[in-house]
Design a protein around this ligand. Structure first.
Ligand SMILES: [Zn+2]
Length: 235
């Protein structure tokens, strides 16, 4: 493995500036150095914060110094078709105001994620256009990582979905892959949004949908029309 190393001390270091601008780093974060791995075709960007920097306590907002830090890594957008990884020591605050020890959130990633938000967005765009395993191949990642990103954003969108104005529903089943695994889909006829999807095609899929609607604050009386095929389970 050939590893290169570029110290960033020179103001005229154009490559370092380019990365710094592309990352839109804000104080107190600094790009300290860049490494590359030409066998793995990857850039490694190392970020750090200056000693004595202040961070807002994630719980109460009080200004705190870092009391220790945890090393973390994230996959970021590719650069010149090479994979790009960000490495940083993420500070933990030990707040004198609320007495909580908390890892400071970073702007470029969700908590607990190994990907940056921009990588997530890129992955989601690909997964909207192609099957998840094809997107995983394109991104050179394992498909279980892609599914984790996918589930996070789909769950988030489902949570934010307001079902209290739904009036007309269409129900239909479809088979997933070849074979006989069925999925029942519930769609809002007016907005064309999928409201709910669940495995199976029996009558308990309707019970699950009803439970979902109730848990989201919808009421039976608001539903004016339901459109389904003639399957006895749905009728
Ligand atoms: Zn606090």
């Amino acid at each position: 493995m050939a590893l290169g190393w570029t110290p960033i001390s020179n103001k005229d270091n154009l490559i370092a500036d380019m990365f710094r601008i592309a990352l839109a780093l804000e104080d107190p974060w600094k790009l300290t150095h860049i490494e590359y791995d030409d066998k793995d075709e990857a850039w490694h960007l190392f970020l750090d914060f200056e000693r004595g920097s202040l961070f807002a306590c994630p719980s109460c907002g009080a200004s705190c110094k870092a009391y220790d830090a945890e090393k973390k890594d994230w996959r970021h957008l590719d650069f010149w078709n090479w994979k790009t990884y960000i490495h940083a020591r993420v500070p933990r605050t030990d707040c004198t105001n609320c007495k909580k020890v908390t890892l400071v959130p970073v702007k470029w990633s969700r908590p607990m994620s190994h990907f940056t938000l921009q990588f997530d967005a890129w992955a989601m765009r690909l997964m909207a256009e192609m099957p998840v395993n094809a997107a995983a191949r394109e991104l050179r990642e394992h498909d279980t990582c892609m599914w984790r990103i996918f589930h996070h954003y789909v769950n988030q969108a489902m949570e934010q979905l307001d079902l209290t104005a739904v009036k007309r529903i269409a129900v239909d089943e479809t088979s997933s892959r070849r074979g006989h695994r069925y999925i029942t889909l519930f769609v809002d006829v007016d907005t064309k949004i999928v409201l709910f999807a669940t495995e199976g095609k029996s009558k308990d899929t309707l019970a699950k949908f009803k439970q979902h609607m109730i848990s989201k604050g919808a009421e039976a009386l608001q539903i004016q029309e339901i459109c389904s095929d003639m399957s006895p389970a749905f009728i």
